[in-house]
Write a protein that binds this ligand. Structure first.
Ligand code: PGA
Length: 256
């Protein structure tokens, strides 16, 4: 069975004390995990080691970085390289979140470089894609996602692509309280899985975890996580309180 994943994307939130409480409370209140579910805290850079240390003995939990440099190393003040993350033994990193694309002008070329840096360093990318509201109203949302796939992750060879986790996050749903409906999410996730089968093969399509993100919360998680082609969630706002994040983790746990 594909790995089921509940990943909390904290974005630029929490003090160190808040971060420690949030992680400790989540660990304390979560059910005991089996082998087929992974819960991820995607925390700001300064908290990565602290988060890793706190969750060390907790099976089924791990950490992710939210970003990395597209460059290997050198005179890039303020950047954090994939090899630095690898030296801290960070297993996952987000790439291509819509906030990075839109606010920091990260285009396909930059994102492809980031994917390569991560994969060279044995870090699994959680690669995000998603259409704007206009793309949905113009009915060209499938084309937009197809283009993002082809210009970025589908440039990877089969063995590199096998390390990628995909997060479909419609931009109009992120932080708006307006989640994709079950029909909209299933249509897109199935489309992405079919595209993977066409590009690579059906085995690859079957094994790739495709997460949904965008106003996913304790109220709608059960419906979204039960969809055939939805393998979990990338959670922003609802990952900032242990109560709601634990509910999401438990919802997945009860389903699988
Ligand atoms: P949201 O954010 O859950 O607050 O909509 C999701 C994300 O940006 O990953």
């Amino acid at each position: 069975m594909r790995l089921k994943i509940v990943a909390g994307n904290w974005k630029m939130n929490n003090s160190i004390e808040e971060a420690q409480h949030l992680i400790n409370n989540t660990l304390e209140q979560s059910p005991k995990m089996g082998l087929n579910q992974l819960n991820i805290f995607a925390v700001p850079f300064p908290y990565l080691m602290m988060a890793k240390t706190l969750i060390a003995q907790n099976d089924g939990f791990t950490v992710a970085a939210q970003n990395c440099s597209s460059y290997e190393k050198g005179a890039y003040t303020g950047e954090v390289s994939a090899s630095m993350l690898a030296s801290l033994k960070i297993p996952f990193c987000l790439v291509g979140h819509s906030e990075r694309r839109n606010l920091f002008n990260e285009n396909a070329a930059i994102l492809y470089n980031k994917l390569n840096q991560l994969l060279l360093n044995n870090i699994s990318p959680i690669w995000c894609c998603g259409e704007q509201f206009e793309d949905r109203t113009n009915h060209n949302y499938l084309d937009v996602i197809s283009k993002q796939l082809n210009n970025e992750v589908f440039k990877l060879d089969r063995s590199s692509f096998s390390k990628v986790i995909i997060a479909y996050e419609p931009v109009w749903a992120i932080g708006t309280g307006l989640n994709a409906s079950a029909e909209q999410a299933q249509e897109m996730h199935q489309f992405i899985r079919n595209e993977i089968a066409t590009k690579y093969d059906s085995e690859m399509a079957e094994q790739t975890s495709i997460l949904y993100g965008g106003s996913c919360n304790a109220d709608n998680a059960k419906q979204l996580f039960s969809l055939t082609d939805v393998d979990g969630g990338l959670i922003g706002g609802a990952s900032l309180q242990s109560e709601s994040f634990v509910k999401l983790i438990s919802t997945m746990h009860e389903l699988y």
